[in-house]
Design a protein around this ligand. Structure first.
Ligand SMILES: [Ca+2]
Length: 451
């Protein structure tokens, strides 16, 4: 994508904003509050024939059944590729805010929860993992090793990952993710309207070459002494220092009947040296010539060019969900792209902020009910087992003759149970296998594409 100057239209808008007269610009807003109409706004890619389907759903628990409806991934182990178009804009001299909510209600094991911002010339029907995008932002989870918030910028046709590690939320509730990119080339990432990271685009990404480099002409002088401590050169081993652990026994005498020819040369047996002092070591002293560690001098990097417009993207025109998910069920909602941080914060509070507590209450109630149900079932099973045991005992006491038969029956039952166990175990193993395979693919899909 060649960087074209922003159009006059946006420059004029920028001037209006600077004068404080303009309303917040809402480049894109999507809350899915008009039934099936979203299907006209969101286009599914046909790049692959088996992309997973998104459905309109508030999930299994919510604060408001209608308001909390969003796009939910509905098929396990699928790629998803859906995008929506808006009036193209350039963020020159403007703050850019990307915000949305993600709810991994399925207790996600491996899957993306991020959005991508594309240039307006993206062919939505052919959108896929390698489609050029401007910004990728949002949570990504795969196993316990990958739980991060991606912030990736495309700069001069290369994707650059943030160098800082921002941990994402990994629970089952809705969370609000916000990325703010400012025209002074600073940024901020917020989760649930709380700042979790901030800094400068130049420092936290490798988009520009470093300002300073190590002077290639400088090298450590040969006589540079980096040793802080040395052995005292004055210290000498005392002449009477006993460093032999074993010595020949001075008391031992060659036996009278020793025959050198027959028995070989006689040697005194060794005994422990009572004056043994161990290995002698000189005293360690401060090195009078110590100069400290050598620090490579730095010079201005001749390849560094100050770039005032790292933050700027021309013709931003499409937002997309291009993801891989092993276990589906994630709900995306409350998308907002604006130039106004304050407005985004308020929008977050008025959407996510209003329904989050109700959502949590409903989930907790469901968990509580489930727990009670399980306890009741366990109790029932135990009572049943107890009854059966009592019955068995009675039968055994009453019918001594039928003992053998019963024993055989018992054996049958045991076998049956074992069989069931095995089946269960196999199913479990299968699941694990799928997870591993899919997990690997998921990792790849995320990282291969972006690096
Ligand atoms: Ca909604």
């Amino acid at each position: 994508m060649t960087a074209r100057p922003c159009s006059m239209k946006w420059l004029m808008l920028a001037a209006l904003v600077a004068a404080g007269r303009a309303e917040p610009l809402q480049y894109f807003k999507e809350q899915f509050e008009d039934g099936d109409e979203w299907q006209k706004r969101w286009i599914e890619s046909k790049h692959k024939s088996d992309f997973g389907k998104f459905q309109l759903s508030a999930g299994n628990f919510y604060g408001d059944e209608e308001k909390d409806k969003g796009l939910q991934t509905s098929q396990d182990a699928r790629y998803y590729a859906l995008s929506a178009r808006f009036e193209p804009f350039c963020n020159e001299d403007q703050t850019l805010v990307i915000q949305f909510t993600v709810k991994h209600q399925q207790n996600i094991d491996c899957g993306g929860g991020y959005v991508k911002l594309f240039p307006s010339d993206l062919n939505q029907e052919d959108m896929h993992g390698d489609s050029t995008y401007y910004i990728m932002f949002g949570p990504d989870i795969c196993g316990s090793g990958m739980k991060k918030v991606h912030v990736i910028f495309n700069y001069k046709e290369k994707n650059h990952l943030i160098k800082k590690d921002i941990r994402c939320k990994d629970d089952e509730y809705s969370h609000l993710y916000t990325l703010i990119v400012r025209p002074d080339n600073t940024y901020e990432v917020k989760i649930d309207n709380q700042k979790v990271e901030s800094g400068s685009l130049e420092e936290d990404w490798d988009m520009l070459p470093p300002k300073k480099i190590k002077d290639p002409d400088a090298k450590q002088p040969d006589d540079w002494d980096e040793r802080e401590k040395i052995d005292d050169p004055e210290d000498k081993k005392p002449e009477d220092w006993e460093d032999a652990e074993l010595i020949p026994d001075p008391e031992a005498k060659k036996p009278d009947d020793w025959d050198d020819e027959m028995d070989g040369e006689w040697e005194s047996p060794m005994i422990v040296n009572s004056n043994y002092k161990g290995e002698w070591k000189p005293t360690v002293i401060d090195n009078p010539n110590f100069k400290g560690p050598w620090i490579h001098p730095e010079i201005d990097n001749p390849e560094y060019i100050a770039e005032a417009n790292v933050y700027r993207f021309d013709n931003i025109g499409v937002i997309g969900l291009d993801l891989w998910q092993v276990k589906s069920g994630t709900v995306f909602d409350n998308f907002l792209i604006t130039n106004d941080e304050q407005f985004a914060e308020e929008f977050g509070n008025e959407t996510w902020g209003v329904t989050k507590d109700g959502e949590q209450k409903m989930k907790e109630k469901q968990d509580e009910d489930e727990k009670k149900k399980q306890e009741a079932e366990e109790k029932k099973t135990k009572t049943k087992e107890k009854d059966e045991k009592n019955e068995d005992e009675t039968t055994e006491q009453e019918k001594e003759e039928g003992k053998e038969e019963e024993h055989e029956e018992g054996a049958d039952e045991e076998e049956h149970e074992e069989g069931a166990d095995e089946e269960e175990h196999e199913e479990g193993a299968d699941e694990e296998h799928t997870y591993e395979e899919a997990g690997e693919e998921g990792d790849e899909s995320t990282l291969k594409d972006e690096l």
